[in-house]
Design a binder for this molecule. Structure first.
Ligand SMILES: [Zn+2]
Length: 274
């Protein structure tokens, strides 16, 4: 579909000014690659005789009580992620990064690594909720980020073997390794999740391009509000109305581009990158 005249006007203006662009992506862009949304029913998990929701499983409190169960749940989820491939939306954002270089920042809520696999650079991608490709020590002993151990083919949800347990043990302090993801009962920080860098990028943005997120968590919404109050252009790409589309519609330089990432991003990027 051709760009709406008002959207083209906004994108032309950003392109002409040579300003900075921040893309903020959420689950919607990955859903098109077949990754179920976190809050969907496939996130439910049975521990003992109790049924747990993702909001309970993805917590530090649950990890302290049942580390093996939390790992089984994540290994099941990460298995789904490994078989997914990037789509036209991810690829369009890589073209935008290559065209803009240092004027581009990607802030993603997704832990699936699809942006990286499409070709996004590590240095300009802020994974504010972590990244499934990495683990770190649950005791923070200073061992740093380590690649997710390859536990070989596993049946969905199969129990951890002694060998799995050994590979999920920190070699330095012998504590559990943990997924490098932000849990619901934890706070954003700079070291793991690029918190300050994200706010700085938002404050300097000339355009915020929001893709496939409904802003359910607080940092993405803060990014939206910083850009809105700072007068940045604000384009929201989403099949459905959401808090960002409302912000875009209230903004003097805003536009709600209704549609999926793969349908809308290629043309938007073409207009910005030429
Ligand atoms: Zn350790």
């Amino acid at each position: 579909m051709a760009l709406e005249p008002r959207l083209r006007e906004i994108l032309d203006e950003v392109r002409g000014s040579g300003g900075r662009v921040v893309a903020l992506t959420g689950a919607g862009i990955s859903a098109e690659s077949g990754i179920p949304t976190f809050r969907g029913k496939e996130g439910f998990w049975v521990v003992g005789s109790r049924n747990h929701m993702p909001q309970e499983m993805a917590t530090h409190a649950m990890f302290l009580m049942e580390p093996g169960e939390v790992w089984r749940w994540y290994l099941h989820r990460f298995g789904v992620v490994r078989h997914a491939a990037p789509n036209a939306g991810h690829e369009a954002l890589v073209r935008l990064e290559r065209a803009l270089g240092g004027r581009f920042t990607l802030v993603t809520q997704n832990i699936d690594g699809l942006h990286r696999r499409a070709g996004a650079s590590e240095s300009r991608t802020y994974s504010i909720h972590g990244d499934a490709a990495w683990v770190r020590c649950s005791n923070d002993c200073g061992v740093g980020l380590l690649p997710l151990p390859d536990l070989g083919p596993r049946d969905a949800g199969s129990p951890l073997s002694a060998g799995d347990r050994a590979r999920l043990t920190c070699t330095r302090c012998k504590g559990w390794l943990r997924p490098h993801v932000l849990w619901f009962d934890e706070c954003y920080d700079e070291e793991n999740y690029r918190f300050e860098s994200t706010l700085r990028a938002a404050a300097q943005a000339d355009l915020l391009l929001v893709v496939g997120t409904s802003g359910a968590t607080n940092l993405p919404m803060r990014v939206g509000q910083l850009c809105f109050s700072g007068g940045s252009a604000l384009v929201d790409v989403n099949p459905e109305e959401n808090p960002f589309s409302e912000l875009a519609e209230r903004s003097a330089r805003g536009f709600f581009a209704r549609g999926s990432a793969s349908a809308r991003l290629p043309e938007i990027v073409e207009a910005l990158a030429g």
